[in-house]
Design a protein around this ligand. Structure first.
Ligand code: PMP
Ligand code: GLN
Length: 502
């Protein structure tokens, strides 16, 4: 990466500085910086590994790998969201400038009215809404604002991996409680609703030092949608022990089989102690609307090419005015936090002293997209109605395909992920290459990427180190994929199946 950076820098500075200074710049970039003092802040200890960085890189090193690992849709966002973005980037020139620190007013206003109805709460756009750089930004701001040195944070595992490092960076102590599957009838597929918390064990995790409970429903990676009874138990424990609930609901629209997403903030007495986090990336299938350059394995190319509607609605083909339309390389993703002013004021303090402001044009596009959804809410034309229907078909397709090679998917009721049991493979080929202490699922995924051309994510990534041994026979697949990607998966799986034949 530094070589590329050097090449780019030399290309830029060469003509200005002459060859000689270009060469010294190269030397400078290749020298390792050392310092007698400890260099990195202690808060970085033990968190330098990241599964997305690691596995995306691994898959990009092999030719022809179907990426079913990282969670992003590989099809166009809905036409109305793309149009809203085009409108924001080509319209009012003031959208190129800073907007209000805590959110572009039309966005905070529509978020307040949209979620106010869903949560049964009067939401003040100025006091109860904060716009952030994605749900990642929302989570980071919340942890920094509320978690102090020595505070305990309860995390339900398997969990979206960033909760643990974010707790540690804030000086907190993660306390884990595992969802466990109950036995299934022989031959019956497992289901994420079968994975539950043991109420006694859960209660035992709450102490006088507990500051926050992290909830994620629908859950990544399991796809579990927490039931009202389960949420009521969490709510009563949070109230009893005076604990804040940070609830990550980025997949709230992706719920299947008639299951219902319930926001814990809507339960009696919970609004006052809950931060509810959402993401435009998940809501409108635009995970790239974030400060980063497109590119790299699995990311869209440097232009988003229209011309293909999103698969759930293929007849609504989006074409830019002059055909395929290149969108700017640097886009910003939008996330948000909703909560009572007593909590939000501390998040605003972190935000105003760190990020300060999120890209105005993206906020304008998200505002317009929500305004459209509000008009269509609950109707067949709503993206929030159509999208889960399409994704449920992708889920069912993937389940059947994985079962055909002897994998045993746990059927998810929400999100766009499923985990699958690989015990049969673990029994048949226990000695896959890898370090002796490397969990089996990690070795299996590396083997699968190299030998089967399929990428998934090991589930031990989503659990605490002491519990990895209980989860190392699961891997996670992502099914928010175009039909062509699912067909490419089928081809790989059929080849795999043929190799398994005696
Ligand atoms: N929470 C969960 C459960 C996620 O899966 C993700 C990953 N996309 C995020 C938060 C981060 O979302 P965003 O891309 O909006 O930052
Ligand atoms: N949230 C996404 C997932 O779970 C990816 C996050 C990332 O790539 N950093 O797959």
């Amino acid at each position: 990466m530094f070589r590329n950076a050097t090449a780019i820098c030399l290309h830029l500075v060469g003509p200005l500085w002459g060859k000689k200074s270009g060469a010294s710049l190269t030397r400078c970039l290749h020298q390792t910086f050392t310092m007698a003092k400890r260099l990195q802040a202690r808060r970085l200890d033990g968190i330098d590994q990241n599964p997305w960085v690691e596995f995306v890189k691994l898959a990009s090193e092999e030719a022809d790998v179907v990426n079913l690992g990282q969670g992003f849709p590989d099809f166009s966002p809905p036409e109305f969201a793309v149009e809203a973005f085009q409108h924001a980037t080509s319209g009012d020139f003031m959208l190129n400038q800073y907007t209000k620190a805590f959110g572009y007013p039309p966005l905070t206003k529509i978020l307040a009215s949209f979620f106010g109805k869903l949560l049964g709460q009067e939401i003040d756009p100025l006091k109860n809404v904060l716009v952030t750089v994605g749900a990642y930004g929302a989570l980071f701001t919340a942890f920094q604002a509320l978690v102090d040195e020595g505070d305990e944070v309860i995390i339900v595992e398997p969990f979206f991996d960033c909760y643990e490092p974010m707790t540690l960076m804030a000086g907190g102590r993660p306390v884990f409680v595992s969802l466990k599957p109950s036995p299934t009838q022989k031959g019956e597929p497992d289901s994420s609703s079968n994975w539950q918390l043991d109420p006694t064990e859960l209660a035992s995790k709450f102490t006088s030092r507990t500051k926050a409970f992290i909830l994620n429903t629908p859950n990544n990676p399991l796809g579990k949608v927490f039931s009202r009874e389960e949420l009521e138990l969490v709510a009563s424990l949070c109230q009893q022990h005076d604990v804040v609930c940070i609830t990550d609901e980025v997949y709230q629209w992706l719920v299947f089989d008639g299951f219902q997403h319930i926001s814990i903030a809507s339960l009696p007495g919970m609004w006052e102690r809950t931060l509810t986090i959402g993401s435009a990336g998940k809501t409108f299938s635009v995970t790239g609307w974030k400060v980063r350059e497109y590119g790299g394995m699995g990311s869209p190319p440097s232009t988003i090419v229209g011309g293909r509607g999103w698969p759930g609605n293929p007849e609504r083909v989006w074409l830019g005015p002059q055909g395929p339309h290149p969108l700017p390389m640097f886009l910003v993703q939008v996330g948000w936090v909703l909560g009572p002013d007593s909590l939000m004021k501390h998040l605003r303090t972190v935000h105003q002293n760190s990020i300060y402001h999120c890209a105005t044009q993206c906020q304008a596009a998200v505002a317009q997209s929500f305004e459209r959804e509000q008009l269509h809410f609950g109707q067949p034309s709503s993206y929030f109605v159509q999208f889960p229907q399409y994704i449920q078909r992708c889920r069912d397709h993937m389940i059947q395909s994985l079962q055909s090679v002897g994998l045993r998917p746990v059927i998810p009721q929400g999100s766009y992920f499923l985990i699958t049991d690989i015990s049969d493979f673990k029994n048949k080929m226990p000695d896959l290459p890898g370090a002796a202490d490397e969990p089996y699922d990690r070795r299996f995924v590396k083997w699968m990427i190299k030998n089967k051309g399929l990428m998934a994510i090991p589930v031990s990534t989503f659990v605490s180190v002491p519990h990895q041994k209980f989860f190392d026979h699961y891997i996670r697949f992502c099914f928010v994929k175009d039909e062509s990607t699912l067909r490419a998966m089928d081809q790989k799986l059929q080849k795999w199946k043929a190799e398994l034949m005696p």
